[in-house]
Write a new protein. Structure first.
Length: 300
């Protein structure tokens, strides 16, 4: 699959492509923490690729005009991955595995080191990206000593990478600590109980044809984003979402056999900086065969 700088393409284009396999460091750091941590971070990188391409393409066109080279997203991803692998290897060996005691502890022990990792990635990758986007031209790329280099490229790339890395923080904490990402729920939790993060979610069940399960979501009062994601094991099958004036989702419809023994629902909502964060999980979907599960997220 060829990926160009077409503005209509998104991070999904990068994730769906045949991505290059990164060269992994040898030894103990490729063990139980390094590889899962890398797996959690690389999708974040893919999410940021369109903005990175836009940042460097605009700079190249400002200098070279119509002679600016077209650089595809996959090439940019391949340039970034080795720098990320090196930084992640260091992070996986230095962050404590103790389960965080609360949001402040998460920020201090995980978010801080994660953000400190970014300058090493950025400092190493900017010269490579400038070479890609400026190429071997008569007009050289900006010098590393110029104010533009620091303001436009170092600061610009930092601003592009921070939001998706913060969004991935729950997954990263889960990998580093072994802590489940979301609170495990039972079906009785949807009968009017308050959930741990102050949420109230009701469940109405409607009969449908046997052998099928349907899921939908409503949010009658709030406007912050909410999602319910359907997984089979670790594979995302589909999701329903509500946000702002969109208070009723579409419907997910799957055969029971597709999720028997491996299906789960993840309840996700906008949290820190508005990023979508997994809050709760429930399994045992085969218990609801022949039902349309209408979830009503009342508050939280």
């Amino acid at each position: 699959m060829t990926i160009t700088t077409n503005s209509h393409q998104t991070a999904e284009d990068v994730r769906d492509a045949d991505l290059p396999v990164p060269h992994l460091p040898e030894g103990e750091q490729t063990g139980e923490r390094f590889l899962p941590l890398l797996t959690a971070i690389l999708p974040v990188l893919a999410q940021a690729i369109p903005s990175i391409v836009s940042l460097f393409s605009n700079a190249s066109r400002d200098v070279l005009g119509d002679k600016a080279p077209e650089v595809d997203k996959l090439a940019v991803y391949a340039t970034l991955v080795p720098h990320v692998v090196e930084a992640v290897a260091g992070l996986s060996g230095t962050v404590s595995r103790d389960v965080p005691r609360g949001p402040d502890d998460v920020a201090a022990r995980f978010l801080g080191p994660l953000l400190q990792m970014l300058p090493s990635i950025i400092g190493g990758v900017v010269p490579d990206l400038l070479q890609q986007f400026f190429g071997h031209r008569d007009i050289p790329p900006p010098s590393v000593t110029s104010p533009e280099y620091a303001e436009r490229f170092l600061s610009g790339l930092f601003n592009v990478l921070v939001p998706p890395f913060v969004q991935a923080l729950p997954s990263i904490v889960s990998v580093l600590t072994g802590m489940p990402r979301g609170t495990q729920l039972n079906w009785v939790n949807f009968d009017g109980q308050w959930l741990p993060d102050g949420d109230g979610v009701l469940l109405r069940e409607h009969d449908i044809e046997p052998g099928m399960i349907e899921i939908s979501l409503q949010q009658p009062y709030n406007t912050w984003g909410k999602e319910i994601r359907l997984y089979a094991g670790n594979t995302l099958i589909d999701k329903v979402a509500v946000r702002n004036a969109n208070r009723e989702s579409g419907v997910i419809r799957v055969p029971v056999e597709q999720v028997r023994g491996i299906g789960r629902l993840e309840f996700v909502k906008a949290k820190l900086f508005g990023f979508m964060t997994g809050m709760y999980d429930i399994a045992g979907l085969e218990q609801k065969a022949g039902k349309h599960l209408e979830f009503i997220w009342l508050n939280g």
